[in-house]
Design a protein. Structure first.
Length: 281
């Protein structure tokens, strides 16, 4: 069961489903959209669950971008047709493709001194846990040794990570972001991240970057009975959980408040994010 705070926030969530919206290829586009939506939420707009995918990208964390040989690693990734970008939320490097479902919970701060980010991570954990309830499997939380983008809120099944959670906080609202490996090989993705660090971290201390082991990670397709179109099946389950908590009065009252920024606004924000967090060669 979710606690009262999480339950109330689920009731107030609107769903922005961009699972199949691949019209803009820029890997920073969804992060820029999150940034603008979060600003609007902070000004009294609705809480939002943004669900999205990207066809092929490698997203670094800010700390990754400071590794000694990161430029060499970026060129190597780009030679394999990965778009490389740096996100403005916490966490470390993650590969994105159509088998990875990304969820952003965009929520207003309850109070200006609200620093309870573990509670917010817990909300994401509960949402994913409920979405996978029908699999009959236990979703555990806690850092998985050897996983990429490691953290206290690694989500795993049978000891293998399938989801990582990060956050981005603004003055009046915040974003909790999760990547869920739904389809394909978790081991292959982990191996890609391992190779990235093998190159980028040459000359760095071992404590400066995650020590990634390929066997640490798996997809929902590998771990559960979600064997066909696992990405859409999982995303649909997330939407059902949220819809089950929505009340007609809240939904009708907030729909009119949903403001989607114009394309030019989002593209301008992507330029801002890219220039702000670019790799320093």
């Amino acid at each position: 069961m979710v606690n009262d705070t999480n339950h109330t926030q689920l009731e107030n969530l609107l769903i922005l489903d961009r699972m199949d919206d691949l019209t803009v290829s820029d890997a920073l586009y969804p992060f820029a959209l999150d940034e603008l939506l979060c600003r609007h939420t902070g000004k009294g707009g609705p809480a939002i669950c943004h669900i999205w995918r990207h066809p092929r990208a490698f997203i670094m964390g800010i700390r990754d971008s400071r590794l000694p040989q990161v430029e060499q690693s970026r060129q190597w990734l780009e030679s394999q047709d990965y778009e490389v970008a740096i996100r403005n939320s916490g966490g470390a490097a993650v590969p994105l493709d159509l088998g990875v479902v990304n969820i952003s919970l965009i929520l207003p701060k309850q109070e200006q001194a609200d620093l309870h980010f573990h509670r917010d991570f817990e909300m994401m954990y509960k949402l994913i846990q409920m979405a996978l309830l029908e699999t009959g499997l236990c979703v555990d939380k806690g850092e998985i040794a050897g996983a990429y983008c490691p953290g206290d809120f690694d989500l795993s099944i049978h000891g293998r990570k399938f989801c990582g959670i990060a956050q981005r906080r603004q003055a009046h609202a915040y974003i909790v972001q999760a990547f869920i490996i739904a389809e394909g090989s978790g081991q292959e993705r982990a191996q890609l991240v391992h190779e990235f660090y093998k190159q980028a971290a040459t000359g760095a201390e071992a404590s400066d970057y995650p020590q990634v082991a390929a066997s640490s990670t798996a997809s929902l397709e590998e771990l559960t009975d979600l064997k066909q179109d696992a990405a859409h099946t999982f995303a649909d389950a997330v939407k059902r959980v949220i819809q089950a908590h929505q009340t007609p009065s809240v939904l009708s009252g907030t729909t009119s408040e949903l403001h989607l920024p114009e394309l030019v606004e989002v593209l301008n924000m992507t330029k801002t994010l890219r220039s702000r967090y670019e790799v320093k060669s």
